[in-house]
Write a protein that binds this ligand. Structure first.
Ligand code: PLP
Length: 273
């Protein structure tokens, strides 16, 4: 029987990412997702954006030391079961984050290699892409690129679905534990994602496919942030990588469908968590 004084433990997830003042993407989407997935959310801000549903008017990066200080301060007191990494914007912030992840020996890291917003704004400095690949990917359990991001990272074109597996396996070469390549940018009725693992799992499998019915809506602002945060929540709860992706896909499909009915802002509206 549980008593009222019994202590309970949270599944704790930290997002290291950027603020979207419009509330649809970035840190704000991450924290909403953690709550909806039954986790306790914390945040270390890397930058601020002045942003709404159709434009990013400004990006203000924080000093790297201050990003590191936020990470140390929460990890040393509250502790983290998993980390989600989103928009870090520049090379120096990425290096500071990599340093703190290594120092604290954090293993369950899901990294969304954010590059360009759906409204067309560049969310990473050009010279930071190499640091992302070579410094942060090897520290991540999973990276979650969409097709344009995978094309930039690999310097190739991914023409159709049949090329997805090969591209995902090529991305494994940068050293993350797994790669979830999101095929949502193909104009098909089903959205198809491919998860490849560096090592075969207990089932002896090293590839999983996820298919979902596409929801016809422009309200998809923050989809990438939400998916990676939902996966990190699953990892915080101790789920396997394929299970965490499966649960996250179910969550995001519901959040897109729920948000599709709203009329908010002049651009692509947010999901409903
Ligand atoms: N703004 C911030 C702060 C983000 O982190 C992201 C994505 O990660 C975006 C905007 C882009 O969101 P979307 O491409 O879904 O509009």
């Amino acid at each position: 029987m549980s008593s009222s004084t019994e202590k309970r433990s949270y599944h704790r997830v930290l997002t290291i990412a950027t603020s979207d003042s419009g509330g649809g993407a970035g840190i704000q989407a991450d924290l909403k997702t953690f709550s909806a997935m039954g986790c306790y959310g914390m945040s270390a801000l890397a930058a601020l954006t002045a942003q709404n549903t159709h434009e990013v008017r400004g990006i203000h990066a924080l000093p790297p030391e201050y990003v590191a200080l936020q990470i140390d301060t929460v990890v040393e007191d509250l502790g983290v079961n998993a980390v989600k990494i989103g928009m870090l914007f520049n090379q120096r912030i990425m290096e500071a984050v990599a340093d703190r992840l290594s120092f604290h020996d954090i293993e369950r890291v899901v990294l969304d290699p954010v590059m360009v917003s759906q409204s067309g704004a560049k969310l990473i400095e050009d010279d930071a892409v190499e640091v992302l690949k070579h410094t942060l990917f090897p520290l991540s359990a999973m990276i979650t690129p969409n097709l344009p991001e995978a094309e930039t990272l690999l310097g190739i074109e991914i023409e159709n679905r049949s090329k997805m597996e090969q591209a995902a396996r090529s991305l494994l070469r940068f050293g993350s534990g797994s790669v979830l390549l999101k095929g949502g940018h193909f104009d098909d009725e089903q959205s198809l994602d491919c998860l490849v693992l560096q090592e075969p799992d207990e089932q002896g499998r090293d590839i999983y496919w996820y298919e979902a019915e596409r929801v016809a809506t422009d309200n998809t602002h923050g989809t990438g942030c939400t998916l990676s945060s939902a996966i990190a929540s699953g990892l915080a709860k101790g789920k396997t990588w394929p299970e965490a992706v499966d649960n996250a896909k179910t969550y995001i499909t519901g959040a897109i469908a729920a948000g599709s009915r709203y009329d908010i802002g002049k651009g692509g509206g947010p999901l409903h968590h």
